[in-house]
Design a protein around this ligand. Structure first.
Ligand SMILES: Cc1cc2nc3c(=O)[nH]c(=O)nc-3n(C[C@H](O)[C@H](O)[C@H](O)COP(=O)(O)O)c2cc1C
Length: 355
């Protein structure tokens, strides 16, 4: 299949960024991108984490497919797994537009969407419509902005979607829902994790299968926060951590005119800081908690750096805006070569070798 993105990119980037994204989702729903990256993966890329098997460790990060509409298309692009959401119990519009900005000269994105999504009813229907034979995917759940009990919203998401996804992500790190990231503080996180895991225990007791639950954290955490989160991850029964969401920091290196827009920054400038946090979390959890490394990955070298810093799996989003779906195949090819050149026979052998 020919990669049409280099031809389409000037047209896509002439559109307002949110319109371009919506057009991309429509095209993917129609199957227009075909089978770009689904040639079988080299066996060195096959891996396992939290009880699931992946053909390769490169996943689509949350936020691209907020309403679980293009999971199959993500697998066809060559992703080893896809994460849909963030979904909130009730549909919500999110923040006023414009709320998505391309920082092209920085290979970065700023977004302040604020969990715009069609809600659990729609999301659940989409998951029920998936073919029986399909790739690995996760459901990323969140809380409505106007919710009185945000913890209850996460529990609702997990209860409603239980058994329909391969794993869950509890997203407590979006900078665009005021107060949400306070759920990362010790007492709040203990209570949230406690209630979420209780919901799973009840499902398993009623005969359902065990579904892994991950927590997604911000890159803007202090050492003490990392210590607390690591302690909870080690003691609670959480299956893994995703490191990280977008940052509220604005590195001095940014040159694009929209660098001062409010929201979360992602893409190339997030690679180094999010990898530092990943390494710190790997060390604080003594390599005992599976980690998903995300933030700024745009090449095989970046993916490999995350793995060596402690990631069992990786995810990306922003680089797709600049490089298109063909990037997934390039990353996998380069990662394969790097693993083999360093004498690793599997991804898992390389995890944490730099930490
Ligand atoms: C436009 C946009 C929307 C996003 N929406 C979500 C979201 O709904 N839930 C979530 O957990 N992360 C969301 N993210 C964060 C990504 O999943 C990822 O953690 C972050 O962008 C860093 O990866 P990247 O540099 O490869 O983009 C979003 C990112 C972008 C760029």
């Amino acid at each position: 299949m020919i990669d049409l993105f280099p031809i389409a990119k000037p047209l896509v980037h002439a559109l307002d960024p949110e319109a371009a994204h919506n057009a991309t989702i429509k095209a993917l729903k129609l199957g227009l991108t075909g089978q770009i990256g689904r040639a079988s993966d080299d066996k060195v890329l096959a891996t396992t984490a939290f009880g699931l098997s992946f053909p390769n460790p490169v996943g689509l990060a949350a936020g691209f497919d907020k309403n679980a509409e293009v999971i199959t298309a993500a697998h066809k692009m060559g992703f080893g797994f896809a994460e849909a959401g963030t979904v909130t119990p009730k549909p919500q519009d999110g923040n006023p537009r414009p709320r998505l900005f391309r920082l092209s000269a920085d290979r970065a994105v700023i977004n302040r969407f604020g969990f715009n999504n069609r809600g659990l009813d729609y999301f659940e229907d989409r998951l029920k419509a998936l073919p029986a034979t399909r790739g690995v995917f996760g459901a990323n759940v969140g809380a409505n902005k106007d919710s009185d009990d945000r913890t209850a919203d996460y529990v609702t998401g997990i209860e409603r979607l239980y058994g329909l996804s391969d794993y869950f992500t509890v997203n407590i790190s979006s900078p665009n829902t005021p107060g949400l990231r306070a759920l990362q503080s010790k007492a709040a996180l203990e209570e949230l994790v406690g209630r979420v895991l209780e919901a799973r225990t009840a499902k398993v007791a009623a005969g359902a299968r065990y579904i892994p639950i991950l927590v997604k954290i911000a890159p803007d955490l202090l050492d003490a926060d990392i210590r607390d989160i690591a302690d909870i991850a080690l003691s609670s029964g959480i299956d893994g951590l995703i490191v990280s969401n977008t940052t509220i920091a604005r590195p001095d290196s940014l040159v694009s005119k929209d660098k001062g827009e409010a929201g979360g920054l992602s893409g190339a400038p997030l690679m180094a800081p999010s990898t530092e946090i990943l390494k710190a979390v790997y060390n604080a959890t003594e390599g005992k908690v599976p980690l998903v490394g995300v933030g700024g990955i745009a090449s095989g070298a970046d993916a490999y750096a995350k793995i060596r810093a402690g990631a069992s799996l990786v995810q990306l989003y922003s680089a797709l805006v600049y490089d298109g779906p063909g990037l997934v195949t390039k990353i996998k090819r380069d990662l394969t070569a790097r693993l083999k050149a360093d004498g690793f026979s599997s991804v898992s052998d390389a995890v944490g070798t730099d930490a």
